[in-house]
Write a protein of this length. Structure first.
Length: 419
């Protein structure tokens, strides 16, 4: 049996032994919208909830996701901008702010990765810097004690918009809604405090209402005062199949059931071997993003089982803080990572080491990537020269009747065990 998985901008293929018990776990097959721009336009002009359009003379700021998110801006932004112009807002009164959170900042030369050239030429585009305290405005604390520091340029606008995707998130429950600004345009300390809630048992994949991290984000969104959200739902080929616009909470309440129906897959029992891809570029642009696929796939893998994670990671780890914490001093085992993390406490960067080790401590994890082998070992992965060699190595560790799962779009897949 031949399997194929997304890997960067291409696919890897390998062969499983004849007679293997193999199950593919992935979002439901859904054709793309015939006219995605029309779908977005319909959402913009028929908004959900109580919203008001911007007015002539107002300034408008639009928070957009960075290159680590496959947001189809080329389809979403033209109808949104047409609506803003129709409301009387001048081009010179509108700006885009790239919501990087604690991800590395994008250089102006990279803006074309996420924005059409005609938008870059027409409107100002700036990139958020979570560590630039001089460009953060303090809004107070949430009811959960999170200090809210938000990008001052975004707050200075009279009308604030967020654009993104709704999809499963390993500890926020779902991405989308106000999160693009509430996390993407926040300061480092604020993100630390919010993300520390991932240790709560309700901060988990697919949980929205009872999720403290996500509800903290919703409260931050209210403190910011976000006027309008435009969110898409994508199929496993990153094509638009749905679009929702309007009040951010109304958008989430309408979009989550659609995302759950698409992405949630029932699994009879955990697998002995899981072969997973985060979903190709940009989901596997670095380890920081690829870890989400590891977490989603590990949830359907047996304790003591084996996982093969296929993630190109052309941009390395994705976090200097993560690298430094793992290498200085060198961490020797996943257990050592977990113990040190508990001893030193939560911090963005090192939390990625915790998330990897939390799963890799119970599931033997082989990594197929473009990372330097010594570097991958320094992050406590077991690098493999290719997918076929990884499969051969994994099968030697397992019983002959091993159940094998294949998860080609792990970052967007919610595997729910029937047990």
């Amino acid at each position: 049996m031949i399997i194929r998985l997304p890997y960067g901008r291409r696919r890897l293929s390998a062969e499983l032994p004849a007679g293997s018990t193999v199950e593919t776990i992935m979002p439901k097959d859904h054709p793309p919208a015939a006219d995605p721009a029309a779908l977005a336009r319909d959402a913009v002009y028929n908004p959900l909830g109580e919203v008001k359009p911007p007015r002539a003379g107002q300034s408008v700021a639009i928070a957009i996701n960075d290159k680590t998110r496959p947001v189809p801006h080329e389809h979403l932004l033209p109808p949104l901008l047409a609506g803003i112009r129709h409301a009387g807002v001048r081009d010179e009164d509108l700006r885009f702010i790239i919501a990087t959170g604690t991800h590395p900042r994008m250089s102006p030369e990279e803006y074309e990765i996420i924005l059409p050239a005609e938008i870059i030429d027409r409107y100002p585009v700036i990139c958020h810097d979570a560590s630039d305290k001089a460009n953060l405005t303090y809004l107070g604390e949430t009811s959960r004690g999170t200090p809210v520091d938000i990008n001052s340029d975004y707050l200075a606008a009279d009308y604030r918009i967020v654009v993104g995707n709704i999809e499963p998130h390993q500890f926020q429950g779902f991405s989308g809604g106000v999160k693009s600004a509430a996390i993407g345009l926040a300061g480092v300390e604020m993100i630390n405090r919010n993300h520390a809630m991932m240790l709560d048992e309700n901060a988990r994949l697919g949980e929205y209402e009872a999720n403290p991290a996500r509800q903290d984000v919703e409260e931050i969104g209210r403190m910011i005062g976000i006027d309008f959200a435009l969110n898409a739902i994508l199929n496993s080929d990153k094509q638009i199949i749905g679009a929702f616009a309007g009040d951010p909470v109304a958008v989430m309440r309408a979009g989550i059931p659609e995302a759950r129906t698409l992405c949630q897959v029932s699994v009879a029992a955990p697998f002995d071997l899981m072969i997973a891809s985060p979903g190709g570029h940009p989901k596997d642009i670095n380890i920081y993003q690829s870890q989400k696929g590891l977490a989603h796939a590990a949830a359907a893998t047996k304790n003591g089982g084996v996982m093969i994670l296929c993630a190109a990671c052309p941009e390395g780890s994705g976090s200097a803080a993560y690298e430094s914490w793992m290498m200085n001093p060198p961490m020797r085992s996943h257990q050592a990572v977990l113990e040190r993390f508990e001893r030193e406490g939560f911090q963005v960067g090192r939390h990625k080491a915790f998330q990897v080790s939390r799963d890799a401590a119970r599931v033997h994890t082989l990594l197929v990537s473009d990372l330097d082998e010594a570097f991958a070992r320094g992050l406590l992965f077991h690098p493999q020269p290719g997918l076929q060699s990884a499969i051969d190595a994994a099968l030697e560790m397992l019983p002959g009747a091993a159940r094998i799962g294949v998860m080609p779009a792990a970052n967007a897949t919610m595997a729910v065990l029937n047990e």
